[in-house]
Design a protein around this ligand. Sequence first.
Ligand code: NDP
Length: 323
Amino acid sequence: MRDVSILVPGKLHEHAAKRISEEFRLVPLQAADPVLLAGRDASAIRGIAAMTTIDAAFIDALPKLEIIANFGVGYDAVDAGHAASKNIMVTNTPDVLNEEVADTAVGLLLNTVREFARAEAYLRAGRWAREGGYPLTASTLRGRRVGIFGLGRIGQAIARRLEAFGLPIAYHNRRPVADVSYAYHDSLRGLAEAVDVLVSVAPGGAQTHKIVNAEIFEALGPDGIFLNIGRGSTVDEEALIAALAAGTIRAAGLDVFSDEPHVPRALLELDNATLLPHVGSASRATREAMADLVVDNLIAWFDEGRVLTPVPETAGLAAVRTG
Ligand code: NDP
């Protein structure tokens, strides 16, 4: 075991916590709140492993902090810009979850379009025998064009799957991706106009906050299907509810919400919304691979002064030892 204290604020995946306690001195804390550090030796903490909000005030409360290892590829809850300004490394867990999240996206899309969850509930309620076959679905995937907002690691894994379904793919990013043949749109609105399935797998943060709004749903149109497997914060949820209720778009499939785990009642009451409780990467195997990557980043940092998966904001940081 290394003579290094790693703070674990709030809940962490069990496998990550177990490995950290074998490799380092694990210091648990109820939450990432500077007030809770009172009476503790904050200057002993050199690393954080977390799946919770780590803001600037908490970073500032830990004078010897060198690294924040985030559990999850989305790290919008960590103030990575502030960490970078203080030479503090931030890591996330990319790639190991791509295929799992893409599988979830395809399942969510099929459920949204062909209503399989509702059809199963119909069968289980005995309605098939009593009332006859489940009503024909208003939608089909056949003949649809798919637009991906956020053609990154996960977006490309989704695109590969949907290509095999025989569906044409287009996308919007800030910059075109080299080596893909999909049609690029330099605006989200332009993409929404060109497709009838819009899949959002873009990261959260200030730049994408409520970027999927009423104008985008108008552009997607009355046969449009909207899927969100990225971050709830990217969507104006009120506008989405209004668009679903008014038939501005046909249906939505959502794995993420703006105030998780709270899902607005209005969404729960809409028949054309298919809802999942943020399960994109939620298989035991994939979550364990993410947990391993959290710990492997910490080990690489404290043993070798490098990390495996830095976030872009801190990718250029050299090892700065304060120990
Ligand atoms: P990547 O960084 O590989 O991809 C993100 C893509 O979004 C890039 O292609 C980027 O292209 C594009 N993008 C970023 N900002 C903008 C912007 N302002 N406007 C337009 N395009 C933008 O990330 P991953 O594919 O690994 O993950 C994507 C997100 O998925 C994560 O951030 C996370 O929030 C979410 N996620 C959700 C999960 C779930 O359980 N539902 C599980 C895992 C991840 P460019 O830089 O050119 O703009």
